[in-house]
Design a protein around this ligand. Structure first.
Ligand code: ST9
Length: 380
């Protein structure tokens, strides 16, 4: 049985008042990335800059071919990314060897990054984003616990804060009330917003967001209550402990791969949804909004770059019109968990609704407006 046949297909008009509504613009003043009244949070600036400087150093100089176990453990998101990155790392390691490490004998710790970025990314995409922020499907208790464990190993905010910021972002996209308003530029929407105090408009509008579902979820409540213990434990302590203790890997290189490579990498690909996917790409479903269809972001995030579609149908569990393994693997995993009975009530926009909307509001790049590609598209 196809996973969606028992799913609730919904249209935007089916949304209830207390659910996330499609974009509803608040007053729009044009803001620059830095406003005179902006209060810079220097602790965040120092933390983020230091993390990225050290990370850049290790991304360039890391002996990639000698630490494959650690790389698989912490870096790679899916098979194609493994292959591409391995190819990229191979070239980089040759450059490293020539310029930086000739003659150096590194401890032979082998392979590790796949598992952690993979697990972590799933916690963000399937957990915080598609389940908690958008309620695009329902999940049974064990699955919610797994998602929370995955999400709390990403070193991001508490689920409550993450979801509230994301719901404000959807409701007031690219306005003054959007925490990472992309009209303030690439830099601001990517990371700048995490270095300043939020505008009053964000806080004020955020207070109006209905968060009762989050407050009523015992899994979220438990994990958020112990955020300051669980977050560092799952994000840093456990991922370093496992390869060192069980697989006899070097402590130094495990810390490097987990804290200075995997962590900033995952942060940047998460942030890329707010920056790249609000600036570069097509507006196939609604040309009046900034979010775009960005294949690069989809590729690195496991399916979160179909952002024009996502902003038009935020409650669609695939966050995309199509079925596609490489550019939306998260949806395939959700289909699998649906078959296993761990998740249910998956919500999906109807093809008819999508096509009509694309025709009326899109920029003309939707496949239904290109006869040659219509047959190749699987909208299930
Ligand atoms: C392979 C996988 C790929 C995955 C891709 C997945 C893509 C999914 C889709 C895209 C989504 C992308 C989202 C990215 C989010 C990442 C965020 C991180 O975790 S980054 C990593 C880690 N995180 C970090 O590095 C940064 C951690 N965060 C911070 O340092 C700060 O929050 C800040 C600097 C961001 C703002 O500081 P400041 O402005 O001082 O604000 P404070 O917070 O201090 O709260 C003060 C007061 O304001 C109140 N309030 C706040 N917001 C709202 C709201 N929206 N409304 C209403 N109220 C709000 C708040 O309740 C509090 O009230 P009270 O208690 O006083 O009554």
């Amino acid at each position: 049985m196809p996973p969606n046949s028992s799913s609730a297909a919904v249209n935007a008009t089916d949304l209830k008042d207390n659910e996330i509504t499609p974009i509803e613009m608040t007053s729009k003043n044009k803001l620059r990335w830095y406003e005179p009244e902006t209060k810079i949070l220097w602790v965040n600036v120092i933390f983020i800059v230091t993390l990225h400087v050290i990370s850049l150093y290790y991304f360039i100089t890391f002996p990639y071919t000698e630490h494959k176990i650690l790389l698989v453990w912490s870096e790679y998101f899916n098979l194609i990314i493994i292959l591409l990155k391995y190819f990229f790392f191979l070239i980089l390691s040759k450059i490293n060897k020539y310029f930086f490490f000739s003659g150096t004998n590194y401890p032979s710790v082998q392979y590790t990054a796949l598992i952690t970025t993979y697990i972590h990314g799933f916690g963000i995409v399937a957990g915080a984003h598609r389940l908690w922020a958008h309620r695009s499907y329902k999940a049974k208790l064990p699955f919610r616990i797994i998602l929370a464990l995955c999400f709390f190993s990403t070193g991001q905010n508490s689920i409550f804060n993450w979801v509230r910021d994301h719901r404000v972002h959807h409701k007031y996209t690219d306005t003054e009330a959007d925490p990472h308003d992309s009209t303030r530029g690439f830099w601001f929407s990517h990371v700048g917003w995490l270095m300043i105090k939020k505008k009053d408009e964000v806080r004020q509008r955020g207070r109006g967001i209905d968060m009762t579902d989050i407050l009523e979820d015992p899994v979220v409540q438990f994990f958020d209550r112990y955020f300051s213990i669980i977050n560092p434990m799952l994000s840093f302590v456990v991922p370093v402990f496992i390869p060192v203790y069980f697989f006899n890997q070097s402590l130094k290189w495990t810390i490097v791969t987990q804290i200075f490579m995997r962590y900033p990498w995952l942060l940047n690909i998460t942030w890329s949804v707010n920056s790249f996917a609000h600036m570069f790409g097509y507006h196939s479903y609604d040309k009046s909004i900034r979010p775009t269809q960005n294949i690069f972001v989809s590729f690195v995030t496991g399916g979160e770059g179909w952002h024009n579609y996502h902003h038009v149908f935020p409650w669609d569990y695939k966050a995309n019109e199509f079925k596609s393994f490489w550019f939306n693997p998260t949806s395939l995993y959700l289909d699998m968990f649906h078959k296993l009975g761990l998740i249910y009530d998956l919500r999906r926009a109807t093809p008819d609704h999508i096509h009509k909307l694309a025709e009326r509001k899109g920029d003309g790049t939707h496949h239904s407006q290109h006869k040659f590609s219509q047959k190749a598209v699987d909208c299930s």
